[in-house]
Design a protein around this ligand. Structure first.
Ligand SMILES: CC(C)(COP(=O)(O)OP(=O)(O)OC[C@H]1O[C@@H](n2cnc3c(N)ncnc32)[C@H](O)[C@@H]1OP(=O)(O)O)[C@@H](O)C(=O)NCCC(=O)NCCS
Length: 167
């Protein structure tokens, strides 16, 4: 069963104060979760975009999800996206990706890796114009699963991979 849409999702910058809740969601969301130190490192990068999605919960806003994006040279790498398991299919990841795209250049190049079996996440990224442009074999050490390498560029939005590096 899917939950009703979150009434009012607010996306803002992620802060160090959010990290205890982030780590708690991370541990429930992934089989090989990031450590606290990995989040601290990402938050310390001045060029990165790290976002938090808050949802109202009985008066107090509650962290529903987070997104970590790093910039390497000219390319934005979406490093981590997760939503609290009790809050999924309410548009929280959609709100965070929309906010990310509003914060980068209109012709930005973005890339990410996703497990080949993660059909829900792949569908989410495709909705935003990401396209699969390659595979990294046995990328995930925990089970040897392949990663799909997805890109969102001006070309993928036109339906080609013409400007995707390495293709
Ligand atoms: C993937 C994830 C971030 C999606 O978060 P979410 O807030 O539930 O996503 P949204 O509600 O914005 O979903 C938007 C669309 O994405 C697709 N989608 C998302 N989750 C899906 C699922 N489990 N199955 C199928 N489609 C899914 C659907 O098209 C959905 O639209 P719909 O609900 O109208 O059908 C969340 O499931 C999660 O945290 N998963 C564990 C961590 C993870 O896999 N992160 C991605 C790593 S690359």
């Amino acid at each position: 069963m899917t939950a009703p849409p979150a009434a009012a999702i607010e996306v803002r910058r992620l802060t160090y104060a959010d990290l205890p809740q982030v780590v708690a969601i991370e541990r429930r969301a992934f089989t090989s979760p990031w450590s606290l130190a990995m989040f601290v490192l990402e938050l310390s990068k001045p060029t990165g975009i790290c976002l938090a999605a808050e949802i109202p919960a009985g008066g107090e806003p509650e962290l529903g999800g987070y997104l970590i994006c790093s910039r390497y040279d000219t390319v934005w790498h979406v490093m981590n996206v997760a939503v609290d398991p009790t809050q999924r299919r309410r548009g929280i990841a959609t709100a965070m990706l929309s906010s990310l795209l509003a914060r980068v250049e209109h012709d930005a190049q973005l890339t990410l890796e996703v497990r080949r079996s993660n059909a829900g996440a792949i569908q989410l990224y495709e909705r935003f114009g990401f396209r699969s442009a390659g595979v990294r074999r046995r990328y995930y050490a925990d089970n040897g699963e392949d990663a799909l390498v997805m890109w969102r560029t001006p070309a993928t939005l036109r339906g080609t991979l013409d400007d995707v590096p390495g293709t």
